[in-house]
Design a protein around this ligand. Structure first.
Ligand code: FMN
Length: 169
């Protein structure tokens, strides 16, 4: 599968069959995240794999959507604010690094035929508290992963045309 096909194949899955993700698949996905680039190669991230019923229900409190509970596991990506690169003008780059790793996860999952969905609209402070995260870490993105349910439909891929977003000078 070439990269464009993979990019088309990945979509936000909001309906899961509930089948468990195999350990080998999880390892592959995490390896792809580990290989993501980061500013100054600082790798200011942690990947929390949450699959126990207890941990999953904690996260479900932070993002109350019925579909979320269908996914067999979640990966929560945090940024380590004491590790991230900060440019001389003060711009922090940890969120960018974490975003790249997160998309590696989603694309790797899609390659394996698994569904995923970026979730940022969760209660990050509650999540920090419930999971007892270290002070210097901030929860950035929550990614449910699992086999898409048979009724899950690929999103329309409504995207702006290149003509609208590409500026050639
Ligand atoms: C930074 C970011 C945050 C997102 N947060 C959420 C979210 O909280 N809940 C959700 O259901 N989808 C979320 N999404 C998924 C987007 O809605 C989705 O990627 C977009 O509509 C394009 O659809 P597609 O992923 O199916 O191609 C998020 C995506 C990104 C990149």
């Amino acid at each position: 599968m070439n990269f464009k096909t993979l990019s088309e194949k990945r979509y936000s899955v909001r309906s899961y069959s509930g089948e468990p993700v195999e350990e080998e698949q999880l390892h592959y996905i995490l390896e792809c995240a580990r290989l993501a680039p980061s500013a100054v190669n600082l790798q200011p991230w942690k990947f929390y794999v949450l699959s126990s019923q207890e941990d999953r229900s904690l996260l479900q409190q932070c993002y109350k959507r019925d579909w979320l509970s269908q996914a067999p596991l979640y990966i929560l990506l945090t940024v380590q604010h004491d590790v991230e690169w900060v440019r001389s003008d003060g711009k922090r780059h940890g969120d960018i690094d974490v975003a790249i790793a997160a998309e590696h996860i989603c694309l790797a999952a899609a390659e394996l035929g698994l569904g995923s969905c970026w979730v940022c609209n969760f209660d990050a402070q509650l999540c920090h508290r419930l999971l007892n995260l270290p002070e210097e870490e901030e929860a950035v993105v929550l990614i449910p992963i699992g086999k898409a349910a048979a009724d899950s439909k690929i999103s329309e891929k409504k995207r702006k045309d290149l003509a609208e977003i590409v500026i050639r000078r």
